[in-house]
Design a protein around this ligand. Structure first.
Ligand code: C2E
Ligand code: MG
Ligand code: MG
Ligand code: MG
Length: 280
């Protein structure tokens, strides 16, 4: 009897775990069906040159149209990584985005593309060949494609992922460190991997102006980029004051809801065709 309380809790815990595991498996099954059924779609978020206010690139961001709900990446990328589905899904994303941007470029629009990568994809067999194949099929020049890798990938890696990224780099593909936060290990990779772009973590941009240390660090990242010849993109710009401050610090590029939200391809075409309705 003295164990019953704890045992009861264990049962509840086990039931909860069971529900979670079943939920996870169900989600993984649904995701597999979603890929086969064409339920994924891409939105593209413009990246602008902060000096000229021109859109220079778009970042492809995946969404899942599941019945009436649009599921954001936080809701499924983790499960896709766990199940390995991220490998065919990532290939679909890359192919879809490269084809779209190749079309835009064929209509005389000088635009570049960024695509996010999961470490699972990078470590998949034939990853580099897959990227090379998609580039060849779409006709997109390798230099136009930037692959974004989260800072943690570089921090936790035992070397294999970094080697694959170096191979991508040799294809001519550009590399970006996403959610960059001045970690020493990723600083070292800037040189070693010849990273082309760093994307300043939105948490820095949020506290710009209100937090002196963050402001100083942001300025330092921007100067570091200038010194190393690495492009710097500020992510998560939501307010004009942030935009002005980044401009005055000499930050090259910006991305955020103030500039433009992620939107479907037709939205990007309308935005660019109609000369940016962007408050810059
Ligand atoms: P990320 O690569 O850092 O992408 C930027 C995220 O910030 C996007 O969220 C974007 O909608 C959001 N964002 C942009 N501007 C603002 C702003 O001004 N304010 C705020 N609050 N948010 C802003 P999203 O689309 O939900 O994607 C979240 C993350 O999911 C991405 O972060 C990326 O790590 C991952 N992800 C998205 N698409 C893909 C993909 O195709 N493949 C992989 N492997 N991961 C992806
Ligand atoms: Mg990104
Ligand atoms: Mg990312
Ligand atoms: Mg980011």
């Amino acid at each position: 009897a003295k164990e019953s309380g704890g045992g009861g809790r264990m049962e509840i815990y086990a039931a909860h775990m069971h529900a979670m595991v079943v939920g996870r498996l169900e989600l993984q099954t649904q995701l597999r069906q979603a890929l086969a059924g064409g339920e994924f779609l891409l939105e593209y978020q413009p990246v602008v040159d902060l000096q000229s206010s021109q859109v220079t690139a778009v970042e492809a961001l995946v969404r899942w149209e599941h019945g009436d709900t649009r599921v954001m990446p936080e809701g499924f990328i983790g499960a896709a990584e766990e199940s390995g589905l991220i490998i065919p899904l990532g290939e679909w994303i890359l192919r879809e985005a490269c084809e779209k941007v190749a079309l835009w470029r064929a209509s005389d629009w000088d635009i570049a593309l960024s695509v996010n990568l999961s470490v699972k994809q990078i470590l998949a067999p034939r990853f580099v060949e897959t990227v090379a194949g998609v580039l060849a099929d779409s006709g997109l020049p390798a230099e136009v494609l930037t692959m974004e890798v989260d800072e943690e990938v570089l921090l936790e890696d035992q070397g294999e992922a970094v080697e694959r990224l170096a191979q991508l780099r040799r294809l001519g593909v550009r590399l970006a460190i996403d959610d960059f936060g001045m970690d020493y290990a990723s600083l070292a990779h800037l040189r070693e991997l010849r990273v082309d772009t760093i994307k300043i973590d939105p948490s820095f941009i949020r506290d710009l102006g209100s937090d002196g240390t963050v402001t100083l660090l942001t300025h330092t990242i921007i100067r570091l980029g200038q010194d190393l010849g690495v492009q710097v993109v500020a992510e998560g710009i939501e307010h004009t004051a942030q935009l002005e401050q980044l401009r005055s610090m000499g930050c090259g590029y910006g991305q955020g809801f103030l500039v433009a939200r992620p939107m479907v391809a037709e939205g990007v075409e309308a935005l660019v065709g109609g000369e940016l309705g962007i408050p810059l």
